[in-house]
Structure formats: structure tokens, C-alpha cells
Write a protein that binds this ligand. Structure first.
Ligand SMILES: [Zn+2]
Length: 254
């Protein structure tokens, strides 16, 4: 049993072949797929795929940092009302992204902190998106640090030191296609991080692992991430799949 802890299976990129893509994942053993939210415009598509695959699809709710703008209060109100209305397995994806645009940095920090507080209220894990913003993300985590704060640092791309800092805030590292990249860097220290801190993800349709790098990613390709981790940790693919699925159960409570 393999768990993909971060996959945008509702993306328009899968509009033509969503069922075939899901079937390939399930056939590859990827039977649990955790699905991050972006903003309110994607929610109906998330609910539609959840209704089709209730055994395999587990939804998160949250406002993605690159979608934080002058509408932040309206979007956060939507997140709150959905959380009050039905079950989700995490608050995500939330965080800070300074790669594209720094215009809304203050609003991004505010939305990140508010959503961490919602996670605590609902006793849910968080799923962190951090791009070019480690200092800013750690600053907010420090403000909210508590035994009740836990989750996943999605698509972890930092240094060994930043990995240990993330773990110190009760975060597991979400490892995906980047670990298979020649210049991905995390492959150089990852085996010094205990496997109990690692979960698998694809971030489909983005960041496809080698040999699909540059192409559309999908959940079945998490198998290629497992092979790379088996090599780095000098163990079997079965062992990687089992430990990371157990870690995902500890985080998501299912
Ligand atoms: Zn994502």
C-alpha cells in the first residue's frame, strides 16, 4: 500500500483522462491520495472526484499562498465555513511563496497564521507550501509552535539544517520528484534523516520524477520516488512504502 500525501488530481490537466489516471494509480498500489485545496474556485471539482473515489481520496481544505490577494478575508471565510460544514483530513496547502510575487507577503503571513489556528481548533495537521520563504515560514511556525501544531512540510527542498528545523516543529518532510533530480540537492543528505520523518508525495500535475521530468506528473509515478528512496536508504521499495504509509496514518489519523 502506497500513499501519495499531496496530489492535485482535480486539476484541469486531468480533465481528459481523470479516470484512467486514477486507475493507473490504484493499479500501481497508490490506494490513498491526499488532496490539497487551492482556493474556492477548485472546491466543486475536489468534491466531485472524492464522490467518485471515496475509498481512495482524502481532502484537505485551505487557501494556497499564491492565491492570497486582496480577497484574502473572503477566501478565509470560505475555508472556515467549509471546515465547519464537513470532514477534512488537513488544512492545506498553506504557507508562503515569494518566488512569483512579494506583493502580498503580509497577507500571506496573516493567512498562514490564521489557518494554523484553524488547524489547532479542528485538531488537524497542516500541509505547508514553502517556496523561497524558509525564514518567513519558520517565523510564523515559531509564533504558533505548540504540541498541537503538526503536519507535513510539502515538497521539501531545503538544506539538512532546514530539514531538522522543520522536524523540530512536528513536521514530516513531503518527498517527491525533486529527490530524483540531478540538481535536486536533498538526495545528498536525506538518508541522514530517519525514515520516521518522511512521507511520499507527487504534487501532480507538477514536478514529475525522473524519467518523466518535465512531463505531466500523476500519482502512479510516486513509485519512481520510492525506488530512489530505496536506493538512498539502502532498503527495499516495500519497506519504504510501508513506513511512509504508516507515517501518513499517524499524521492524518486515517
Ligand atoms: Zn500542491
Amino acid at each position: 500500500m502506497i500513499t501519495d500525501t499531496h496530489s492535485h488530481i482535480y486539476s484541469e490537466e486531468f480533465a481528459q483522462d481523470q479516470d484512467a489516471m486514477m486507475q493507473r494509480a490504484i493499479n500501481a498500489g497508490v490506494k490513498r491520495i491526499f488532496v490539497p485545496s487551492i482556493d474556492s474556485s477548485y472546491t466543486e471539482n475536489m468534491y466531485a472526484i472524492e464522490a467518485k473515489y471515496p475509498e481512495n481520496v482524502f481532502l484537505m481544505m485551505g487557501l494556497h499562498p499564491t492565491y492570497v490577494n486582496e480577497n484574502v478575508e473572503r477566501e478565509l471565510a470560505f475555508v472556515e465555513s467549509e471546515l465547519a460544514r464537513r470532514k477534512f483530513y488537513a488544512i492545506g496547502e498553506i504557507g508562503i511563496d515569494l518566488f512569483w510575487d512579494k506583493t502580498f507577503l503580509e497577507q500571506q503571513k496573516y493567512a498562514f497564521q490564521r489557518q494554523i489556528q484553524l488547524a489547532k481548533k479542528y485538531k488537524l495537521p497542516i500541509n505547508i507550501h514553502c517556496r523561497d520563504a524558509f525564514d518567513e515560514v519558520f517565523e510564523v511556525l515559531k509564533l504558533e509552535q505548540s504540541p498541537e501544531l503538526f503536519g507535513i512540510f510539502h515538497c521539501f527542498t531545503g538544506s539538512h539544517e532546514q530539514a531538522l528545523e522543520a522536524i523540530s516543529y512536528n513536521m514530516k518532510l513531503g518527498i517527491g520528484g525533486v529527490v530524483t533530480f540531478k540538481n535536486g540537492k536533498i538526495d545528498q543528505f536525506l538518508n541522514q534523516i530517519d525514515l520516521s520523518n518522511i512521507v511520499l508525495e507527487t504534487d501532480a500535475p507538477y514536478l514529475a520524477p525522473v524519467p518523466y521530468r518535465g512531463k505531466r506528473n500523476e500519482s502512479s509515478y510516486v513509485v519512481n520516488v520510492i525506488s530512489k528512496l530505496a536506493e538512498l536508504y539502502n532498503t527495499t521499495s516495500e519497506n519504504i512504502a510501508e513506513i511512509t504509509t504508516q507515517n501518513s496514518k499517524d499524521i492524518f489519523g486515517i
